[in-house]
Design a protein around this ligand. Structure first.
Ligand SMILES: [Zn+2]
Length: 380
């Protein structure tokens, strides 16, 4: 007797212990919530595939793949603020990028501001995602380039270091932004579409290890694009801010969290649903989406007026049709819109006018970010 262990009992204990421990492959939720928003700038929905973005594809297969999600605008600052506030650009008030002088009104709270006391950090990769527009508000730490863009590995490495230092008993919010797929495209391919695909693959490769670390920590992860891109669909390729085409507004979005049941969700969603998705909610599908172009450039959108950020197309998008409204041209119906054309036109005309920008365009700064100068020079 004494202290000798009964061999069967000891083996039974070991078995119970093994069953009680979470395995590495099935992470459990951490004691405090841990949310991660990973945004890939300018990532088109049709480049969310097993071949072009294998890490994002696999995570979507293991989690929830949202296949009918729409950006409100092809501009980085307003679209990201929609993800950070749950509001559309004409609701949160930032109708163009931060370098036009637009900034989030103090009365509109951000996701990070709504979670005081959380351990929070944001690491971004380009100026339009910088602090001037209000995207930094509420984060304990915010890092990004003061001008232009930077290689995505800096944001990913900073995000991984933050995660390693983050205590699991403290609520955490992490935002990592990559700019690789935004022009100018770097790659070995012979043309813009092939080099763009290389940039998407590069963003996917860069984020892979961070995704693995977040999954292991039991994080709720949302991966999304702020908008897509024009490749060959329009004469003005690589100028997503001037279009309301599907290739610009239809974006990838996925969610992964512990215990999730894999599924594909085809309900109509907006990037404004991101805060609810991070919070673990299941926002209902929308009957329609309203979106707008970020800028009028007549060579890109014939007949739009006035040139610049105030003459923009607006569009109401439903599951099987859309109604577009170009100032001075009237409504254009495609497919079967979810509401009568007259009602769609009334809804689009009821949106507030775009405010006059506080600052003129900085042509050199915009070119450094991959934007092409507006025809007729850099005005407002
Ligand atoms: Zn962007």
């Amino acid at each position: 007797m004494g202290g000798a262990h009964h061999p069967v009992f000891a083996r039974g204990l070991a078995l119970v212990s093994a069953l009680a421990l979470p395995s590495c492959r099935a992470p459990v939720a951490p004691p405090a919530p841990l949310w991660a928003l990973l945004t890939v700038d300018t990532w088109r929905f049709d480049h969310w595939t097993a071949a072009r973005s294998p890490n994002f594809w696999a995570l979507g297969q293991q989690g929830e793949a949202y296949t009918n999600v729409w950006s409100p605008i092809g501009l980085t600052t307003p679209a990201h603020l929609t993800m950070m506030t749950g509001l559309q650009p004409w609701e949160h008030g930032v109708e163009a990028n931060n370098h036009h002088g637009f900034s989030l009104p103090a009365a509109v709270p951000t996701l990070a501001e709504q979670r005081p006391g959380w351990d929070s950090a944001a690491f971004v990769s380009a100026w339009p995602a910088g602090p001037e527009g209000g995207l930094a508000r509420g984060f304990d730490r915010f890092e990004g380039p003061e001008q232009g863009e930077r290689d995505g590995r800096f944001a990913v490495d900073a995000g991984r270091a933050w995660l390693e230092a983050h205590r699991p008993d403290q609520p955490g919010l992490l935002w990592v932004h990559l700019y690789e797929p935004h022009g100018p495209y770097v790659g070995d391919g012979p043309d813009d579409p092939s080099r763009y695909a290389e940039e998407v693959a590069r963003a996917d490769t860069l984020l892979g290890p961070l995704i693995d670390a977040l999954v292991a920590r039991g994080a709720t992860i949302v991966v999304a694009a702020d908008h897509g891109e024009i490749l060959l669909e329009e004469t003005c390729g690589r100028q997503h801010e001037r279009s309301v085409g599907d290739h610009v507004l239809h974006v990838p979005l996925l969610r992964h969290r512990p215990g999730i049941s894999p599924r594909v969700d085809g309900g109509l969603r907006s990037l404004a649903d991101v805060p609810a998705l991070l919070a673990g909610e299941d926002p209902p599908a929308r009957p329609y989406i309203i979106a707008e172009s970020g800028m009028c450039e007549p060579s890109c959108a014939p007949g739009c007026a006035p040139p610049g950020i105030q003459g923009r197309d607006r569009v109401l998008i439903g599951p099987s049709g859309r109604v577009g409204l170009r100032p001075g041209r009237g409504a254009r119906v495609e497919g079967r819109p979810p509401v009568e054309a007259a009602e769609a036109e009334r809804l689009l005309r009821a949106l507030p006018p775009v405010p006059i920008p506080a600052e003129p365009e900085d042509a050199a700064g915009l070119e450094a970010l991959g934007y092409r100068p507006r025809e007729g020079g850099a005005g407002r």
